[in-house]
Design a protein around this ligand. Structure first.
Ligand SMILES: Nc1ncnc2c1ncn2[C@@H]1O[C@H](COP(=O)(O)OP(=O)(O)OP(=O)(O)O)[C@@H](O)[C@H]1O
Length: 352
């Protein structure tokens, strides 16, 4: 049974549709990352799941129990949902132990103490129970927030930009640690972030949201390499869009020459298509002849650590290539495409 089941959900603020016929399922124990541009409706969706707003249409079910629909809804406190926010939302006048114990009702004093110590152990904050939030680092405060949310054994955890205030040095480690804790506790989670890299590191799968809908849902690797449409392709990372025409089942003619696909192209010869090629799937090679015909030229290179993000201009069109060789500006080069499964879109921007 799914931990979360959202079916045809719609919601509007006055006359503006913010969520439109939205569907999303999260399996028990699964961590899903919701990615989308600012204003696409991510926070509104979290509010609908947590019970702060009532949908106009569709329904939300948690572990098979319908908790929200246009007909009625359960209040937030009866949903068993844990929330983690960007600003930790700890009570400043309560100690770490009291913050964690805050939501624990119906437990005896000794059971509460036992649970608090268990949670402190889980998030690696053993011995810090008497501290106040201002005596902790950002990463430690976020661990307290996690401990507080998990203390109640939630059915689902919602995390809204939980790592944005954490120093980038600590962030990677914390992401890994918190992911391991959620996996160990088998808690399903929906995680909102603006950072694709955080999403890739923290979640089992990503859901790309745009204008109140989920456009694509899948493993990060698949969504990145086989996007369902042009928007998802560009949102998931840099790439080059090339106009092309299908020659046959494995070849497409483009401004950089004939490109071969490692898999069969299921489109009629002569069809106009758009090719989307990631920078790491292109290479540049210096032109060796003195007066090459229409060469591409290097415009700029930026050192990125593992590679150089290289801007190449061919007939006024800019290409972005990841290569490893330093090349001076204006160097004449040829652009090549590495053998891979091509990403093709039709004129409406939908994957073919
Ligand atoms: N209380 C409100 N009344 C009217 N419109 C609202 C209200 N809250 C949000 N909106 C609008 O709904 C749309 C979605 O907002 P939402 O906060 O869900 O986006 P978001 O994806 O979470 O954005 P961000 O990434 O910037 O936090 C936006 O256009 C926003 O202006």
């Amino acid at each position: 049974m799914n931990a979360l089941d959202i079916n045809s959900l719609s919601y509007s603020y006055e006359k503006t549709n913010v969520l439109t016929d939205l569907n999303l399922q999260i399996e028990a124990g699964e961590i899903v990352c919701l990615l989308g541009r600012s204003g696409c409706g991510k926070t509104t969706l979290l509010k609908a799941i947590s019970g702060l707003i009532q949908p106009d249409n569709g329904y939300i079910a948690l572990h098979g129990n319908k908790v929200s629909s246009a007909e009625g809804m359960f209040p937030p406190e009866q949903r068993g949902i844990g929330m983690i926010f960007q600003d930790y939302a700890l009570f400043p006048h309560l100690t770490v132990a009291d913050n964690i114990a805050f939501g624990l009702r119906n437990l005896s004093q000794s059971d509460t103490r036992k649970r608090v110590l268990e949670m402190l152990e889980l998030v690696n904050l053993h011995g810090l129970d008497k501290r106040y939030p201002h005596e902790l680092s950002g990463g430690q405060q976020q661990r307290v927030a996690i401990a507080r949310a998990l203390a109640n054994r939630p059915n689902l955890l919602l995390l809204d930009e939980p790592f944005s205030n954490i120093d980038s040095q600590v962030r990677q480690r914390l992401i890994r640690e918190i992911r391991d804790i959620l996996k160990q506790q088998k808690v399903a989670a929906l995680f909102v972030t603006h950072s694709r890299e955080e999403g890739f590191a923290f979640a089992d799968s990503v859901a790309v949201m745009h204008e109140g809908k989920i456009l694509q849902r899948g493993r990060s690797f698949d969504v990145y390499n086989q996007p369902s449409c042009r928007f998802v392709a560009e949102f998931m990372g840099a790439g080059n869009l090339l106009q092309g025409k299908v020659i046959n089942s494995h070849q497409i003619t483009t401004p950089i020459g004939v490109v071969e696909s490692s898999t069969k192209v299921c489109t009629q010869p002569g069809t106009a298509v758009e090719l989307f090629i990631r920078p790491q799937m292109l290479t540049v090679e210096k032109c060796l002849c003195k007066n090459p015909n229409d060469p591409a030229t290097i415009r700029h290179q930026q050192f990125m650590g593992r590679s150089l993000r290289t801007e190449v201009v061919l007939k006024d069109k800019l290409f972005v290539v990841d290569n490893t060789e330093l090349l001076p500006e204006k160097t004449a080069v040829h652009i090549h495409v590495k053998d891979h499964q091509l990403v093709l879109f039709n004129q409406q921007g939908q994957a073919i």
